[in-house]
Each structure stands twice: as structure tokens, then as C-alpha cells.
Ligand binder design. Structure first.
Ligand code: GLY
Length: 334
């Protein structure tokens, strides 16, 4: 790099970045990408922020709040409960300077992502759980909801209670009746849960990510998934990029999934290839188990390149920028 180029990149804060070759999709910045087809309106909410010159951090929070507000969705208070009939929420938010905040097992609070942001900005901690997280939320102006299940969650829970089987299969049962990009469905036609992971880059090339979920349907009370854990369900790094995940959180936690994806990008892999390597790590650990579960990774390079990879067919993601607005089917390993 010559001196002139160094000064140009320095003025953008990019002088020391190893700019990896991007073999995948590259979009104009700013850009927002989200897991699943339900990420389309999520991106639209975040795009309002980005297109008005707002920060990536504000954009991902706005996107997460949108889906947390969506009635009969598989994320937020209207999501499916645990096996005791209680909805518990996990969320994490992170910027590219390693600032992050998260909540796990949060009950009766509408916007866990905004509580996570308060954890990030108002405490020296990165993760608050259960009662303590709820107490912190109330102290910071959030209101307590009644905790009633949504009609569709109640119906699904009652049906699950008949057998009370603990078979945490996520996001691979898909029916065609709602189109090729419909969310995953249980055999009874009810939607399974889909974690919403969101990554954005703003006009100043700042990266941020957010992830929010009600977690695995009918989980053991107290179970925490990858979404609440920085480095598992979400990781953002100024120099290397950002990644998020959806699917069986336990398998993502076991390999520190999104941290792994970001480290692969730091080594020069494209976002898609980095996601693929992380998926291969999960599958190589236990191929038989991998055949019946889903994990999808989604990644954003700091040059605006993006990509995804999943264990099974069916993982899709949504993209929004100045030049594109679309749903893309992720490649898959099995
Ligand atoms: N990936 C979300 C969860 O396992 O809870």
C-alpha cells in the first residue's frame, strides 16, 4: 500500500484492514441482511435507519424490534413457550468495537433486544439472565407484559402436551403449500421457530449485529441457546466482519460458531466459504446427528460481501441495499 492509499484508508479508519477477496455477493453499502424470508420486513425496518444516514447499530436494533412486535411470529413474546408453558427470550446485540450486550431467559418483556442494548451501554457486563435481566429491564423503563401465550402458541403448546415428546427438530420440516421460502413447519402445520439474526453495515462502514429469539420450542425451562451468547449466535469484528446463526443453538455453541465464521473471514475466506467451514465443523463432529438438525450461518464481510451456508436445504436469507431487495436460498452441505 502506498502512502497516498494509506492516508485515504486511514481517513476511513481502514488502513490496517486485511481486505479479503470477496468471491460471493457484493452489494453497495449501506446494507442489511437477515436470516429467513421473514427478514424482508425486518430489513425494511432497518433500512429506514440506514437510508436516513443512521448507524448500523440502530438499524439492527430497529429490525429486531420489528420482528419482536410481529404478532403470531416465531420470535418474541408471541413465540412458542418452553415445556412449562412459559415464553423465555434470548437476545444479543454487538457493534464492531467488541461492545456487546445480551439477555437470556427473559420473561414478559416485549423487546429483549433493547434490554440487551441497555446491558451493553449502561453496565460493565455483557449478559444478564432470568429474574435479574427482568429486574434490570424494569429499572430501565421497560414494562411487564401479562405473559399470556399468543393464540397460535397456545394451540401448538396444547398439541405438544398430548405427547410431551422432547424432539427438538428445527427448521428442516418445510411444506410447499406456503411457497418455496415459507418458514419451517411442524407436522401439524404450525410454524416452528426461526431465530432472527440481523447484520448491517452503514455509510461509515461500521458493522453491527443483532439476534433475537424465543428459542427452541418446548425447551427445558432455563435452557439458553446460542442467540444470547456472543461468539455463538452473533459475532462482530471491525477488521474481519460479522456473522449470525439460526438453528439448533447447542450445536452452534459447541463450536463457538459465529466467532469461528468471523475468524475464517479474518484468514481471508469469503463470507460464504467461512460459513461453509463452520457448517463442516458441526457435521464432522457428528454426521448422524447433523442429518436430523438444521444450523444456518449468515455472514457479512466488511467490504459489503455476504454469504450463507447451512447443514440442510431450506435455509434462506433476506438482503436489502440501495441496489437490491431479495431473498436468497443458502447453499447447504447435506
Ligand atoms: N438458535 C436459537 C436457539 O437455539 O435458541
Amino acid at each position: 500500500m502506498n502512502r497516498k492509499e494509506f492516508l485515504r484508508l486511514s481517513s476511513m479508519g481502514l488502513a490496517s484492514l486485511p481486505l479479503s477477496p470477496f468471491t460471493n455477493h457484493v452489494a453497495a453499502k449501506p446494507l442489511i441482511i437477515s436470516t429467513w424470508d421473514s427478514g424482508m420486513p425486518v430489513n425494511a425496518a432497518g433500512w429506514k435507519v440506514l437510508s436516513a444516514g443512521g448507524s448500523a447499530l440502530d438499524a439492527v436494533e430497529a429490525g429486531a424490534r420489528y420482528i419482536e412486535d410481529t404478532v403470531d411470529c416465531c420470535v418474541g413474546l408471541d413465540g412458542y413457550p418452553d415445556r412449562d408453558g412459559i415464553v423465555t427470550l434470548d437476545a444479543c446485540i454487538m457493534d464492531d468495537l467488541a461492545n456487546c450486550g445480551a439477555v437470556a431467559g427473559l420473561e414478559k418483556i416485549r423487546h429483549p433486544i433493547s434490554v440487551a442494548r441497555k446491558v451493553m451501554e449502561k453496565t460493565p457486563h455483557v449478559l444478564l439472565v432470568g429474574q435479574g435481566a427482568q429486574q434490570f429491564a424494569l429499572e430501565n423503563g421497560f414494562t411487564l407484559e401479562d405473559g399470556k401465550l399468543s393464540p397460535s402458541a397456545e394451540k401448538a403448546y396444547k398439541q405438544w402436551l398430548i405427547k410431551s415428546e422432547y424432539k427438538p427438530v428445527i427448521n428442516i420440516e418445510r411444506k410447499d403449500k406456503n411457497g418455496p421460502f415459507a418458514p419451517a413447519f411442524f407436522d401439524n402445520g404450525q410454524p416452528n421457530h426461526d431465530t432472527m439474526g440481523i447484520l448491517a453495515i452503514d455509510q461509515y462502514l461500521r458493522l453491527a449485529g443483532a439476534v433475537t429469539t424465543s428459542g427452541m420450542a418446548f425447551k427445558v425451562h432455563g435452557r439458553v441457546g446460542d442467540s444470547a451468547i456472543a461468539g455463538a449466535g452473533l459475532f462482530v469484528d471491525r477488521e474481519a466482519g460479522a456473522a449470525t446463526s439460526s438453528g439448533v443453538g447447542e450445536e452452534v455453541i459447541r463450536i463457538c460458531g459465529t466467532h469461528l465464521v468471523v475468524e475464517f473471514m479474518r484468514m481471508g475466506l469469503s463470507p460464504q466459504d467461512a460459513c461453509k467451514k463452520a457448517v463442516e465443523r458441526i457435521v464432522s463432529r457428528d454426521r448422524e446427528k447433523a442429518k436430523v438438525i438444521q444450523v444456518g450461518f449468515l455472514a457479512l464481510g466488511r467490504d459489503g460481501s455476504y454469504g450463507a451456508y447451512a447443514i440442510q436445504k431450506g435455509f434462506v436469507f433476506s438482503v436489502k441495499s440501495d441496489t437490491e431487495e431479495r431473498i436468497i436460498a443458502s447453499p447447504h452441505l447435506l
